[in-house]
Design a protein around this ligand. Structure first.
Ligand SMILES: [Zn+2]
Length: 207
């Protein structure tokens, strides 16, 4: 292990709310971590192509690329990387969160001390995380949008492309990466975005 990580772990923070992003970044820096920020999943992927952090903390509901998609790619490509999901939305029992994140915090329902304790715990556990083999076989999971295309991100080179959405939900699909020619297997699932909308009757869907 790189000895420097014992002193300054690098954290990638992802949130589309700029105020919250900077506030959380300041809190995490005060814990002694080095922080980079991204305002959505695509920006986060661009950073991940350059440098690998020691942990990712991501909002789940964001425009462009949601935290669900981002974390699904991260889990596939970097299964050892600890992840924390944060969201203002309720979480449904049916959401595959356990597959995507190591821990979930509800916005406004945790203290900086809770966050610090969980970050330290996950980083100290990360070399012995048990599910690397499983993640290797898991297909990417892509939430279906209200559009006739889907965005597929290659777990090998982390580049994204739009392809026509002609799939039946739940069927395993294969496509070839336009950049590196890796074969990408993925699942399209409309249930999570629909569930997010259905459970917020008073707010219009933001995405
Ligand atoms: Zn690729």
């Amino acid at each position: 292990m790189d000895a420097s990580r014992l002193f300054k772990c690098r954290v990638l923070l992802v949130d589309d709310d700029p105020v919250l992003l900077q506030t959380t970044a300041a809190i995490v820096r005060s814990f002694g971590f080095s922080v980079r920020t991204a305002e959505d999943g695509f920006v986060a992927l661009k950073i991940l192509r350059e440098v690998l952090p020691d942990m990712i903390i991501s909002d789940l509901r964001m425009p462009n690329m949601s935290g669900f998609e981002l974390l699904s790619i991260v889990r596939r490509r970097f299964p050892h990387l600890p992840t924390i999901g944060i969201s203002g939305e309720f979480i449904l029992a049916t959401m595959p969160l356990g597959l995507l994140v190591d821990h979930f915090f509800q916005k406004g329902e945790y203290t900086p001390g809770d966050l610090k304790a969980k970050m330290k715990e996950l980083i100290s556990d990360s070399p012995i995380r048990p599910h690397i083999g499983k993640a290797d076989k898991a297909p990417l999971w892509i939430p279906r949008k209200d559009a006739d295309y889907i965005v597929v991100t290659c777990p090998e080179c982390l580049r994204s492309s739009s392809i026509p959405d002609q799939t039946d939900a739940g069927d395993l699909q294969l496509t070839e990466c336009f950049a590196c020619s890796a074969m990408i297997s993925y699942l399209v699932d409309s249930s999570v975005l629909k569930a997010l909308r259905d459970a917020r009757p008073k707010a219009s869907a933001a995405n």
